[in-house]
Design a protein around this ligand. Structure first.
Ligand code: AP5
Ligand code: ZN
Length: 218
């Protein structure tokens, strides 16, 4: 089963993707994570996209489509793919359809994580931190790192905050979502793939809604 998690910045796409990986053995393909890895490793592409990302603008279609194409060609995705943060434009959505066709894969569900409360989204990203070792995502209020400061998943004690998780970049990211990405809701509705969930509930409630949509884990 291959799915897309679609939703504005801070909707909880990464959080729910990690739960699906744990519970169902699916593979998470996050273009945001791929781009951050490229930055960290200092590749030329990583250097080119750094400023664009920090400002909260979208990276060009050719770069992110190239990243996804490369990963799909590597294979090993039989357990199912969660596309997290991709596609984000109509051109990306069309390209994904073509790439999946070429690989003999199909898209089963597009889960739209609905949150129409920008203030809630700003609160979520402002409080976010991520384990530097395993990538577990925390929030200062709703999912704090335990009192002893160790990651619950890997035990490490180092956490990072993202350069684009500030109020100014968040305004640009939200604008980009409403301008370029929200149109994909209609695109996938017409294809009868759209499955809306209420993203405002607690993490477990949202996970429960997604589980009901996808059916029991194999
Ligand atoms: P990307 O990394 O994809 O970021 P994003 O879409 O802005 O999404 P976020 O990672 O901020 O949020 P999320 O929905 O995953 O929320 P999370 O689970 O972490 O993209 C970053 C940048 O890369 C883009 O701006 C762009 O420049 C570039 N880029 C990436 N993909 C691209 C593409 N396809 N095309 C062009 N450019 C691209 O949760 C957020 C916080 O809330 C956490 O602290 C979490 O603990 C907490 N939380 C989660 N769920 C809940 C809940 N239910 N209740 C309370 N708190 C919750
Ligand atoms: Zn960890």
């Amino acid at each position: 089963m291959n799915i897309i998690l679609l939703g504005p910045p801070g909707a909880g796409k990464g959080t729910q993707a990690r739960l699906l990986v744990e519970r169902r053995g699916m593979v998470q393909l996050s273009t945001g994570d791929m781009l951050r890895a490229a930055r960290k490793s200092g590749t030329e592409m990583g250097r080119r996209v750094a400023e664009v990302m920090d400002r909260g603008n979208l990276v060009t279609d050719d770069i992110v489509i190239g990243l996804i194409r490369e990963r799909l060609l590597q294979g090993g995705l039989g357990g199912g793919v969660i596309f997290d943060g991709f596609p984000r434009t109509l051109a990306q959505a069309d390209a994904l359809g073509d790439m999946l066709d070429a690989e003999g894969m199909q898209l089963d569900h597009v889960i739209e994580m609905r949150i129409h409360d920008d203030e809630e989204l700003v609160q979520r990203v402002s409080g976010r931190s991520t384990c530097s070792n395993c990538g577990e995502v925390y929030h200062d209020v709703t999912k704090p790192v335990p009192g002893d400061g160790h990651c619950v998943k890997c035990g490490q004690t180092s956490f990072t905050r993202r350069g684009d998780d500030n109020a100014e970049s968040m305004r640009t990211r939200l604008f980009a979502y409403y301008k370029d990405t929200a149109t994909l809701v209609g695109y996938y509705h017409v294809k009868r793939l759209l499955r809306p969930v209420d993203g405002l509930g607690e993490i477990d409630d949202v996970a429960g809604q997604i589980d009901s949509l996808l059916g029991h884990a194999p």
